[in-house]
Design a binder for this molecule. Structure first.
Ligand code: IPE
Ligand code: IPE
Ligand code: MG
Length: 227
């Protein structure tokens, strides 16, 4: 039996389908999704998940219509503004992984300010923003190439990633029923347990959260060794 995952990563998918099913605009689905994130973060605190990483916007999501991209970026800015006090109160470290240079300067500044304010906390909320697993590996490879040949190990490569101090995720949850990683944490997922649920992200409730953790608790994590 495993305990609670120390690092839980979530692919927050299905906001659009949730909205469509209610005859609402896609952005209403994204707004509902942001509320779900607040709840999930609170449950993580309750059960003892130390690090929650969420996939909020991929390097491929820039292909979406301009209105939707702008709406999502606005929502992210609002999330930071509205959640700042709560993150400080709950002592949660906020950080972003992804290609920050793609983000608007105002959003980048807001992110950097909250990262600095919360840098000393142990619990973490890591938001993958303009994030792609391949982009991260390519960015890491550039730094890795500068190392002397004899130092180019797996562990040294991991130290070239966006958040080198983070342990790999123990459990990756994908909502909305798609059995794919969609370019999420491609290096880090090597031995992560996977859990796919049909539940759409805005509908991801405490029961769905508990099911994912219960499934994780039953997994036999051999990591290539013997039972
Ligand atoms: C997830 O919801 C949020 C982002 C990818 C930004 P989607 O917008 O992908 O929702 P579906 O998959 O279309 O339902
Ligand atoms: C994955 O969702 C990315 C995020 C949740 C941010 P997508 O909706 O972009 O993934 P695909 O297109 O279904 O693979
Ligand atoms: Mg989707």
């Amino acid at each position: 039996m495993n305990g609670v995952p120390r690092h839980l990563a979530v692919i927050m998918d299905g906001n659009g389908r949730w909205a469509l099913a209610r005859g609402k605009p896609r952005l209403a689905g994204h707004r509902a999704g942001a509320e779900t994130l607040e709840r999930v973060l609170a449950w993580c605190g309750e059960v003892g998940v130390e690090i929650l990483t969420v996939y909020a916007f991929s390097t491929e999501n820039w292909r979406r219509p301009k209105d939707e991209v702008e709406g999502l970026m606005r929502l992210l800015g609002l999330f930071i503004r509205n959640r700042r006090a709560k993150l400080l109160e709950d002592r949660v470290r906020f950080r972003v992984i992804g290609r920050r240079d793609d983000l608007a300067p105002a959003l980048r500044r807001r992110i950097a300010a909250l990262e600095a304010e919360t840098a000393a906390f142990t619990r973490q909320l890591v938001v993958a923003l303009s994030y792609g697993g391949r982009a991260e590996i390519v960015d890491a490879a550039r730094r890795f190439a500068a190392l002397p040949a004899e130092e180019r190990t797996d562990a040294a490569f991991a130290r070239c990633l966006y958040a080198p101090d983070l342990p790999d995720p123990d459990l990756i949850v994908r909502t909305s029923g798609e059995f794919r990683l969609s370019n999420f944490l491609l290096w880090q997922c090597a031995y992560s347990e996977l859990f796919v649920t049909d539940v759409l992200w805005p509908d991801f409730d405490r029961a769905a959260f508990d099911r994912a953790l219960a499934s994780y608790a039953r997994r036999d994590r051999r990591m290539g060794g013997h039972a």
